[in-house]
Design a protein around this ligand. Structure first.
Ligand SMILES: NC(=O)c1ccc[n+]([C@@H]2O[C@H](COP(=O)([O-])OP(=O)(O)OC[C@H]3O[C@@H](n4cnc5c(N)ncnc54)[C@H](O)[C@@H]3O)[C@@H](O)[C@H]2O)c1
Ligand SMILES: [Zn+2]
Length: 369
């Protein structure tokens, strides 16, 4: 572990040919934003898209920093929460943008969590056929996952992320200082994606998380810096190898087939993404014991770490199996109507399987209630 001192960001590179970019991770990056934007040779005008929770906390500081560097940005704010990742909110932004005098050199800064990042990215990808996108993730989830890799889009009432694009940012600025205002429940939800990386790709990291989870959740600066950097390294490696999810990248969907179905069935209200995938990962662990030879002991360690991080492991009674299956079949991961699941051979090693039968799911969902 080597968290650097304040002001010297760590850098993780996403290698994608001419679309390569840096992820900068460090303390106090928000106030130094122009230093990092300048080399991108953007136009002077842009918009900052944020939400109603993040705007009063950080939009002012970012605007001030941009202003000192000669940039001018309007702030556009969405109601906080998953329900804003909608065509309705995207359209509201599209209708406002023409009045800001933007041109194709203009930029869009996504300042917020994954909801803001996905929606602002979608807007940036579409408006004037593409404006430069800068991700400034402010939740743990967005710093370790959603701001990297270029998946942008919105939900439909029928399913998560059904409308969208692959559109890489030009830069990701992850200022770890801002996590101090993130509500505890949101911090845990972000930790779910952190656990996911260990489970699918890095057994040693998983063991580290079992030991250090409390330090991360207490926002120990060194532990947080390590987690954000390491998760970004894993994601950067996966995205560089398989940008459009024809193989390796699909592993990042561990827990997401059922998790997305649960979010859809909750009308994107009340259940956080990280909570839904926590339950999805526990079902995934059980399916993996049945179909992929995961040991019972490792399945229990995974569910144990999820529970110890304040995340749900059991579905309760609210989701009916038939509805879960129906919602899951609309997921982008299904092929010819057949569900595909990411399973674990062991902690740290995953693969995609289409050998999971409805009967397996019924059994597993019953066990995980
Ligand atoms: N594009 C991808 O590759 C990808 C990957 C994973 C998840 N996602 C998406 O990300 C979304 C979830 O992201 P999220 O968990 O960040 O949710 P979010 O954007 O709703 O943010 C969580 C909550 O925390 C608040 N918040 C954010 N930063 C804060 C801060 N520093 N201080 C105080 N409050 C703050 C937000 O206002 C919001 O209420 C889901 O829509 C999910 O599908 C996308
Ligand atoms: Zn996710």
């Amino acid at each position: 572990m080597n968290a650097k001192r304040t002001g010297v960001p760590e850098r993780v590179r996403v290698e994608l040919g001419e679309r390569s970019y840096d992820i900068l991770i460090g303390k106090g990056l928000l106030s130094q934003a122009t230093e990092y934007l300048r080399p991108l040779k953007l136009g002077k005008r842009g918009v900052i898209i944020t939400d109603t929770n993040v705007e009063p906390l950080y939009a002012g500081a970012l605007c001030d920093a941009l202003g000192k560097g000669g940039f001018a940005a309007e702030v556009l704010s969405l109601p906080a929460g998953e329900a804003s990742k909608s065509l309705r909110q995207a359209n509201r932004l599209f209708e406002k943008l023409p009045s800001y005098g933007l041109d194709r050199q203009s930029f869009v800064i996504a300042l917020g969590g994954g909801v803001v990042g996905d929606l602002a990215g979608f807007v940036a990808a579409s408006y004037l056929r593409g404006l430069a996108l800068i991700q400034v993730p402010t939740s743990l989830l967005s710093q370790v996952d959603s701001s990297v890799g270029g998946k942008v889009g919105v939900n439909l009432p029928q399913g998560k992320n059904l409308v969208g694009a692959f559109y890489q940012p030009r830069l990701v600025l992850a200022d770890t200082d801002v996590l101090k205002t993130l509500p505890k429940r949101e911090l845990s939800a972000g930790f779910a994606e952190v656990i996911k990386y260990g489970a699918i790709r890095d057994a040693k990291f998983f063991v580290w998380l079992e030991r250090e989870d409390k330090r991360v959740l207490a926002l120990d600066p060194e532990a947080v810096a390590h987690v954000v950097r390491h998760c970004c390294e894993i994601k950067a490696e996966v995205v560089s190898a398989d940008e459009r999810e024809s193989g390796l990248r699909a592993l990042l969907n561990f827990g997401h087939t059922l998790g997305h179905a649960m979010e859809t069935l909750s009308d994107y209200n009340g259940l956080l993404h990280g909570e839904a995938i926590s339950m999805g990962m526990c079902c995934g662990a059980r399916l993996s014991v049945k179909r992929a030879g995961l040991s019972e002991a490792e399945a229990q360690r995974l569910c144990g770490l999820i529970a110890a991080s304040g995340l749900p492991t059991r579905l309760g009674k609210s989701f009916k199996l038939g509805e879960l299956l129906e919602a899951a079949r609309l997921d982008k991961k299904a092929r010819d109507g057949k569900l595909r699941f990411v399973l674990l051979k062991c902690l740290g090693e995953a693969f995609v399987s289409d050998a999971v039968a409805d009967a397996d799911l019924k059994e597993v969902v019953d066990v995980c209630r």
